[in-house]
Design a protein around this ligand. Sequence first.
Ligand code: HEM
Length: 396
Amino acid sequence: MKNIDQGDIPTSMIIRCIGELELPQYCADFAEDDPVLRRASTGAEYWLARGPQVCRQALSDDAVSRSAAAGAQSPALKANPTISASSIMSIDGSRHTQLKRVLSVWLSKRNAAAWKPNVAKRVEESIDRLRGFGSGGSVDLVSNFTSVLPMIDLADLLGVPEDRMADILDCADVFFDLDSVPPEQAAARIARLVDFTIEMLTVERKRLRPGMIVDLAANQDLSRREVLELILALLTAGFHTVAGQLSIVLYAVLSSGVLARAMLDPVAGETVVRALTHAVPVTTVSFPRRVLGEAVLGSTSLDHGDLVVAGLADAGACVLGDERRWHSEALNGLGFGFGKHRCPGDGFALDQLALATRAFVLAFPSARIAPGAESVRWTDGASTKSVATLLVDLTA
Ligand code: HEM
């Protein structure tokens, strides 16, 4: 990140720099004339919706149901063991709409005034911890920064007492490598998180700080089970995603002087994190859906019972070479999904990404990726992709 000066950086230049990043094979090869592709996987066959238009169709067509596929099992379509069939992420219909409204009010831009100062404070604390590494050797930004901060931010949003922060961080590893551990082990990990959450709702209730748990628990329209599941949904959906996306954004700004410089300007900085989330999304595919009745995606007819997954990374990558399409897709693409199940945490996530990355660039203007092929290692999850190791010389 040499020669950083603040200045106006046009969106088109930001987009071009993202297109030039060295990335691993992020999604299957895309052919414009093959927007919906039948794919075989070991356990099940499914349709992969590709390209922004077909993905949007797949995620908003009423005949393509999320709840009907909530238990879908196959290596590539593994049902996430942390998500119950009655979670907001698994249900459709009017109860889904009601629960979504409850979450959206909490996570809305209107409430940003409440969370932003706390996020900024937590970012500074995390940057100070990084400063503690001094100039001796390389630091892994994933284990020391990107996979710690988002859980602390979520705990703040929920109102977890300060002295229980370490415990909730301890629960964070629940979300790592879930794809690769046997179902019983994954279930044991999630049980720990459920225990912690129940403890917050019962034993620790009086010590909770003002925050989401207190508000949800006081909401007469929600059953105890729904409150528990909403909290778990936030931890499940809001931690691993931000941690992974932050690792991608930091990799990008450490790889491109222009992107690093853009981060110094609040508007250009927001464009960088937004465009990266849509072009290089940590969530490479949506949750599976199932066709009820019949559906036509692109020019392909799908039958009753077929499984469908939206290729969010495909949708981002296929527009990289086309700047005209990019302007709308970069700022309003599919990184956060689309339709009724679109992510309600986008504003909270983008604020965390922008604040953390800007603070990093300001604190370590001459940081660079440590030499050696082992310094950057990517994960290879079935439904997410991010940087697993990012060794950096902070004061190079
Ligand atoms: C960069 C970070 C994030 C990314 C890339 C992301 C991505 C997504 C995507 C793609 C979906 C839709 C999945 C589908 O339809 O199959 C989703 C849903 C969801 N996200 Fe996020 N997310 C992020 C951060 C967050 C945060 C911070 C929260 C909460 C604080 C959150 C809460 C949720 C919830 C509750 C859902 C389920 C919504 C529903 O089913 O109606 N996410 N997210």
